[in-house]
Design a protein around this ligand. Structure first.
Ligand code: ATP
Ligand code: MG
Length: 416
């Protein structure tokens, strides 16, 4: 990645512009004197040559008129954020978010009261970073009301206007600053932006848990979040939102391991790499940040399963996989692998790689005995039967999953 300004690509033929849903929405909303343009991440990523995940548009048309026109063109409209002027149009099965040009009238650090405007510079001015305030019409013509192109080319994440003022309007922008830096930033983060984050980080306390966690997760999803995390730690933004973290040193080796082994970015594994495997901390964090049940379960299992040795045998590992499930063991081994890689311990890496391959290839065997089998042998359903089943299952696991249904039931029949 080079910091030197590059030629801007011609957007006319960019897949985001040529996509049928983009074309359909542009066509449906076409109105003389009331343009609709692509905006935000769509334009930013198209210009940077980064993948465009979703199509965001800005329109002079009010949400009512957007809805009317889209429906008249046979498109489905969902009022996803009508309070701030956003509707989602579904075209060719794909969502396109259309937000009416707007200005923030009043803000409280979390949300804004808005009014509509027809002034593109005003709409640009309420956005967070200069690289996020670029627009592009259906023909690929760029509009840059605030001069954000230079920052984009230099990969500089810069607040629009005064960084502190902008953060006071919405404290989530602190985390967005680090997220966009993680994904698209180059060199050092913007000094004024960093300084403002340091001064105002306590303001993040007003944010809802959901917004913080979803933004944190997105930072942790970046191809390489290590630099951003380092700056978050230096500014103590990280400690503010994630006091459970014990330091970010291990994230470097995890990223190196991901790259060496071709593992996909996994935000929860990255989180595990920067926090101790302690159930109390995980519970506190899950509660504070309102993690999803499945996320909390994954972290808790990782923290609470019994120790597992790197040189565990196939049979013993198979038994552990059956009891603990593959996820916590995979998490443990991946983190151990990253550590070994960081220490340059090739033998350990080799061993752990083979353990991880075993986990990937493992399929959960099905316990061959059911309650029905026991009922046929005259056992009554109830706690005693549950215990008998559990004891049989234990025997079966101990046998390396080899005892057959017949053998197990024969033992029952003979009262063993
Ligand atoms: P991506 O979708 O790739 O995560 P994005 O830039 O499109 O990135 P969105 O959250 O989809 O981010 O928002 C779309 C645009 O809306 C942004 O580019 C920005 O211009 C504006 N925006 C979103 N959230 C904020 C915010 N909290 N403060 C100011 N502007 C915002
Ligand atoms: Mg977006």
């Amino acid at each position: 990645m080079s910091g030197a300004p590059r030629e801007l690509p011609d957007l006319k033929n960019h897949p985001a512009l040529r996509a049928p849903e983009t074309k359909a929405v542009f066509k449906a909303l076409e109105t003389p004197g009331a343009p609709t343009r692509l905006v935000g991440g769509t334009v930013r990523n198209a210009l940077l040559g980064e993948p465009v995940k979703d199509i965001d548009m800005a329109s002079v048309l009010t949400p009512d008129r957007v809805t009317q026109k889209a429906e008249a063109a046979g498109l489905k409209v969902v009022p996803t954020g009508i309070g701030h002027g956003t509707v989602t149009i579904v075209a060719h099965g794909q969502p396109v978010e259309v937000t009416t040009l707007r200005a923030d009238v009043e803000t409280d650090g979390r949300r804004a009261t808005i009014r509509y405007t027809e002034d593109w510079a005003e709409d640009a001015g309420r956005r967070d970073f200069t690289m996020n305030a670029l627009y592009c019409d259906a023909d690929g013509n760029l509009f840059d009301p605030l001069g954000g192109i230079g920052d984009l080319q230099a990969r500089k994440v810069r607040f629009i206007g005064d960084a502190e003022d902008r953060i006071r309007e919405d404290y989530l922008r602190i985390l967005r600053f680090f997220r966009f830096f993680a994904f698209y930033g180059h060199g050092r983060p913007d000094a004024a932006g960093l300084k403002a984050c340091v001064r105002l980080k306590s303001g993040m306390d007003v944010l809802s848990a959901e917004r913080i966690w979803s933004e944190l997760k997105r930072i942790l999803e970046a191809p390489d979040p290590a630099r951003a995390m380092l700056w978050m730690r230096t500014t103590e933004v990280l400690q503010r939102v994630l006091p459970e973290s014990w330091g970010i040193d291990s994230i470097h080796t995890l990223i190196a391991a991901e790259q060496a082994e071709g593992w996909l970015p996994d935000p929860l594994l990255r989180l595990q790499s920067i926090m101790p495997p302690r159930a109390d901390r995980i519970d506190a964090m899950s509660e504070r940040l309102k993690l999803a049940k499945s996320e909390t379960a994954r972290l808790s299992e990782w923290a609470t399963i019994d120790q597992v040795a790197a040189d565990i045998s196939d049979d013993a590992l198979a038994a552990r996989l059956y009891r603990d499930g593959p996820q916590p063991l995979r998490d443990r081994f991946q983190l151990a692998f990253a550590k070994a890689l960081g220490e340059g311990n090739d033998d350990a890496c080799q061993g752990l790689r083979s353990r991880l391959a075993f986990i990937e290839g493992w399929q959960k065997p099905e316990f061959p005995v059911t309650g029905k089998d026991l009922m046929l042998l005259g056992h009554e359903p109830g706690p005693a039967m549950g215990e008998l089943l559990a004891a049989l299952e234990e025997q079966w696991i101990e046998s390396g999953f080899t005892l057959s249904r017949e053998t197990l039931l024969k033992d029952v029949r003979e009262g063993l």
